[in-house]
Design a protein. Structure first.
Ligand code: NDP
Length: 408
């Protein structure tokens, strides 16, 4: 039915390639391109072995708009799936505009020299995409992505108004390494060390990074974890599109071991994103650190345990207060057995495939323009999560439980 180009052959790109190949009736012609072609070839080999599907590969530097336009004009895909890094969002949107191709990504644009996770750069493309008759779907991963869809679905089926939203992302996995991040280390560390912002009474309030934490008991025996409040990009679009939200917070679990290593790395300047001079060469410490840390794409074979990501939502239905928790639990070892990747790449790659599928089927982004996830009908996405590897559950909570993030 459709030809696609996936850009980015990291942990997430690998899952997207595998899951799209699994749906070979929808994604009839797949090309995987990235800076390092050998990574694409290794993924293509695994796809061939698992699904008997041959995908094509190519080398591309996505920062080079002219080169990407040339590749797009040569391949003529229906859709570009961007699972490279957030820095590539704008060059790839520019290339899509020039070549006349629809666009999807999983993370919002970030300027390389500032740890700013904001949508305004991409929202500024609204008129250009509309007048070109093209569609862009932003943030089709898990968080952002599925968390936006959970919230939109809750509003559609369970609330007249949503007032409080807590997104809780627990990775109860153990990768067996002294220190590793479960997605791109540079992006992960920039996110975690940035000042915390949460939405309250009409504005984002800033607090010191990692300064607010609490215990969270996951359902289904996933375990009890320390979760830390931090900024996450979906709060920006969700509070814009669901303006009744009075307070929105994002929480992520980190082990004591992760925090200890991160503190040391920060104290000695290794998480800096400005250039330093070393032996006559300009080096960005965080990029150097990324080069020596384990590659998240390689963690699958040693990772055990489960992820548990969901939304605790409070609001009003028929004049009464109501609270629910919607969540997915994903097993790292099962993901590895299925597609050769750990759960964090899997929970991002599957929603990217579903977003692409719904765009190609004409069920999502029905009009031209730049869209966030919650602006689309959540129902077909929720159905596909159950079908393609990320089943979800709903639990009714008391108001007190929701206030205390106490879901079991
Ligand atoms: P990785 O670092 O594992 O992979 C990134 C890939 O992008 C690599 O293959 C890299 O190529 C490629 N790349 C980087 N720069 C360029 C460029 N200029 N041109 C072409 N290719 C390039 O990252 P992940 O797979 O972990 O993450 C991918 C994306 O998914 C990121 O944007 C991340 O923020 C997002 N994400 C979203 C989540 C969500 O839930 N929404 C959760 C986790 C991740 P090479 O290796 O050759 O340098």
């Amino acid at each position: 039915m459709a030809k696609i180009l996936i850009i980015g052959a990291g942990g997430v790109g690998s899952v997207v390639a595998h899951k799209c190949a699994e749906l070979s009736q929808t994604f009839t012609d797949i090309t995987l391109a990235s800076r390092t072609k050998s990574k694409c070839d290794a993924i293509a080999e695994s796809v061939k072995q698992r699904y008997g599907v041959q995908i094509k590969t190519a080398a591309i530097d996505a920062d080079d708009v002219a080169a990407t336009v040339a590749l797009l004009k040569q391949l003529k895909p229906s859709l570009l799936i961007n699972v490279a890094l957030p820095y590539q969002d704008l060059p790839l949107m520019d290339a899509c505009l020039e070549a006349g191709i629809h666009y999807l990504d999983t993370a919002n644009y970030e300027p390389p020299n500032e740890a700013k996770f904001e949508y305004h750069w991409q929202w500024a493309y609204q008129d250009k995409f509309k007048s070109a008759g093209l569609k862009a779907l932003l943030g089709s991963g898990f968080d952002p992505g599925v968390t936006n869809v959970f919230t939109a679905w809750a509003l559609k089926h369970h609330f007249d108004e949503i007032h409080y939203l807590d997104i809780v992302d627990v990775n109860g996995g153990d990768h067996g390494q002294a220190f590793a991040t479960n997605f791109n280390p540079e992006i992960n560390i920039r996110e975690v060390t940035a000042p915390c912002r949460h939405w309250e009474d009409g504005a984002f309030r800033e607090t010191e990074a990692m300064s607010v934490s609490q215990k969270f008991d996951c359902p289904e025996g996933v375990g009890s974890y320390s979760i830390y409040r931090m900024y996450h990009e979906e709060m920006e679009s969700l509070t814009k599109h669901i303006p009744t939200i009075k307070k929105a917070q994002f929480w992520m679990s980190f082990s004591e071991n992760y925090i200890k290593h991160l503190e040391v790395l920060q104290n000695i300047g290794m998480t800096r994103i400005d250039e330093v001079e070393y032996n006559g060469q300009k080096v960005i410490p965080l990029q150097f650190l990324k080069a020596v840390l384990p590659d998240p794409g390689d963690l699958g074979k040693t990772t055990t345990g489960r992820t548990c990501i969901g939304c605790i939502i409070r609001g009003i239905k028929d004049g009464e207060e109501k609270a629910i928790y919607i969540y997915n639990i994903c097993d790292h070892e099962e993901c590895f057995a299925e597609v050769g990747s750990q759960g964090v790449s899997y929970t991002t790659g599957v929603p990217a495939m579903i977003g692409a599928k719904l765009m190609l089927e004409g069920k999502w982004t029905t009009e031209a323009g730049v869209w966030n996830m919650e602006q689309n009908d959540p129902d077909p996405f929720m159905e596909d999560l159950n079908k393609y590897g990320l089943p979800w559950k709903l639990v009714e909570l008391t108001t007190e439980q929701a206030k205390n993030l106490s879901v079991i």
